[in-house]
Write a protein that binds this ligand. Structure first.
Ligand code: NAP
Length: 270
């Protein structure tokens, strides 16, 4: 029996798959561009994808109206005998409406699986090097322009801490637990960007913009309206101070401290 890792090309999924494989555990990575193809919008091969799977790591893409599709996949997975689900959403998802994409996936997993764990990470450090922020800055000559305030703080978390927590949960012992995962301190965007100066980071300057300005830049990147709206909601939450909380999630799950910015900078590929 093996683990199915969805979102396997993403910042956390890739690390979950790598760690399971490094430990010699049977695991398959799945996404639209993975060798095992899984598209939330195409149910045609879901039965095949779920053959021999005993546990799943579930990543619902942001702002793509795929909540129902993911919920449908979870139903199929439970019918196929999958007993354990580890669902990754995002910090604060417990307060989202029950029909929102990520909250729906959390609730469905709790209903369907014998053993479930929910992970709610804050923004990732890796957003600056691999994710949304890197992509935005690349199109603006290294300048990251976001609709936040100069003083807005976020307790960024390292994707490796999230992946390690997912692996621990997939291996057992964290059933029925919900972890909000943050780094060890709240930082402003400027504080993080200051540290990337002089490195090969795609982000090396920072500027605050208003929501309309962000919308303009994001549509220029070709991003869909719903995705941009979701990002704007998350930035608004950060501006109101809701992304600054430092939690004990990583320590509670892994019995060690979360990775700080200095170590992320030292060990990232920059
Ligand atoms: N980034 C953050 O800071 C952060 C923080 C907290 C929580 N999260 C959560 O992490 C999740 C991923 O967020 P992200 O945008 O940052 O992720 P990401 O690292 O870009 O990963 C997204 C993954 O989803 C897959 N995917 C996208 N559309 C798909 C589809 N139609 N069918 C199947 N797979 C699909 C992608 O692979 P393919 O393109 O190969 O299909 C990729 O592996 C979200 O649930 C988000 O709420 C992210």
């Amino acid at each position: 029996m093996s683990t199915l890792v969805t979102g396997a090309t993403g910042m956390v999924g890739r690390r979950v798959l790598t760690e399971l494989t490094r430990r010699g555990l049977p695991a398959t990575g799945a996404s639209r561009s993975s060798q095992t193809r899984l598209d939330w919008t195409d149910t045609s091969n879901w039965d095949d994808v779920l053959k021999g799977v005993s546990s799943i790591f579930v990543v619902t893409p942001v702002g793509s109206a795929l909540g129902n599709r993911v919920a449908g996949f979870l139903e199929k997975a439970a019918d196929a005998g999958v007993g354990r689900a580890v669902v990754m959403s995002a910090m604060g998802t417990e307060h989202a409406p029950s029909d929102s994409d990520q909250r729906a996936a959390e609730l469905r997993a709790k209903d369907l699986f014998h053993t479930w764990t929910v992970l709610r990470p804050n923004w990732l450090f890796q957003d600056f090097t691999e994710g949304t922020f890197a992509s935005l800055a690349r199109s603006r000559n290294g300048r990251l322009e976001l609709p936040v305030k100069r003083r807005t703080e976020v307790s960024f978390v390292d994707a490796r801490d999230v992946a390690d927590t997912a692996v621990a949960a997939l291996l057992g012992g964290h059933g029925g637990r919900e972890y909000t995962l943050t780094g060890p301190q709240a930082l402003t965007f400027r504080e993080v960007v200051k540290r990337t100066k002089g490195t090969e980071s795609p982000v090396w300057r920072f500027k605050t913009v208003d929501e309309a300005g962000f919308y303009f830049r994001a549509t220029n990147r070709g991003w869909g309206e719903r995705y941009i709206d979701t990002l704007n909601e998350r930035f608004a939450a950060a501006v109101s101070g809701r992304a600054a909380e430092v939690t004990e999630g990583v320590r509670a799950a892994l019995n060690r401290d979360p990775i700080p910015l200095a170590r992320f900078m030292r060990e990232s590929v920059l």
